[in-house]
Design a protein around this ligand. Structure first.
Ligand SMILES: C[S@@+](CC[C@H](N)C(=O)[O-])C[C@H]1O[C@@H](n2cnc3c(N)ncnc32)[C@H](O)[C@@H]1O
Length: 258
């Protein structure tokens, strides 16, 4: 249903298996805010599963059958009580106005989910749709790469970055990153290439629309949310000119009115 086919999902799991600081951040936030949690673009459950293991009910939505299939497979290894805390739906969040979820206290959109939306109107519609299913004191939290002077310098026009050797199932695989930046479309295409010992290559591709902080703030405002905090790292660093990723927490504009 989207770009995350069998190869992409397998390579995604390999590429990000050691990425844990965002998992720790979202699990701590879920413990703090409490459930139910809604994860937009939950993928193979890299973050969703640890949230459920922490005792919190969580619903995941993703448009990739392959990703959800991998999550389903992982669930078979989990105790019954963890499985019972998890619900998942295969749906395209571009159709968010047609979708419905249980009322959530925490809504998360980790690791660049919003950048998969190249049309800002789709993001505004998504933000409006989720606000309808948010508890009055709900928190929306997400992290995205941003357009900033630091990013513009590092993106340049084209790049091909260093080779490294990754071990996939004990096989040494050479991998490298290729990227191009389209300053007019504000779009970044990134390809992680993996070359197997027999010369065969596979790649994991991302086509991301990168937004600046003012654009993010305008979309959030139009979508019914207000920014409560914005940080330059999962450890709470201030946002500066070199910041390449922001972590954002929002509350509903209509807030706790009842
Ligand atoms: C970078 S992955 C993040 C997965 C997971 N949240 C994590 O942090 O590992 C982005 C996920 O968003 C999903 N996705 C992208 N566009 C989507 C859309 N329009 N509707 C639903 N899911 C989408 C992809 O299938 C993918 O699983």
């Amino acid at each position: 249903m989207n770009d995350y086919d069998e190869t992409a999902c397998r390579l995604y799991a390999t590429e990000y298996k050691d990425r844990t600081e965002d998992v720790d951040y979202y699990v701590a936030l879920a413990k703090d805010v409490g459930g139910p949690v809604l994860e937009l673009g939950c993928g193979d459950g890299r973050i969703l599963l640890p949230i459920a293991r922490a005792g919190i009910e969580v619903t995941g939505v993703d448009s990739s059958d392959e990703m959800l299939g991998r999550l389903q497979k992982k669930l078979r290894e989990e105790p019954l009580e963890v499985r019972h805390r998890i619900a998942m739906t295969c749906a395209d969040l571009k159709d968010s106005h047609k979708l419905g979820w249980p009322e959530s206290r925490l809504i998360i959109a980790p690791f660049n989910l919003l950048l998969h939306f190249h049309d800002p109107d789709d993001i505004v519609t998504l933000l409006q749709s989720i606000s309808l299913f948010a508890a009055p004191d709900a928190i929306l939290a997400f992290d995205v790469n941003i357009l900033s002077p630091g990013v513009m310098t590092s993106y340049g026009s084209e790049m091909k970055a260093g080779h490294r050797v990754a071990y996939i199932d004990e096989t040494p695989v050479v991998s490298w990153e290729e990227a191009s930046w389209d300053p007019v479309r504000q779009a970044r295409q990134v390809r992680y290439v993996y070359q197997w010992p027999d010369g065969r290559t596979e790649s994991l591709d991302f086509d991301l629309r990168v937004y600046g902080i003012p654009e993010l703030a305008a979309m959030l405002h139009e979508g019914g949310w207000k920014i409560e905090g914005i940080w330059g790292s999962f450890q709470g660093a201030e946002v500066g000119s070199e910041t390449t990723r922001v972590i954002v927490q929002c509350s509903l504009q209509s807030g706790k009115e009842e």
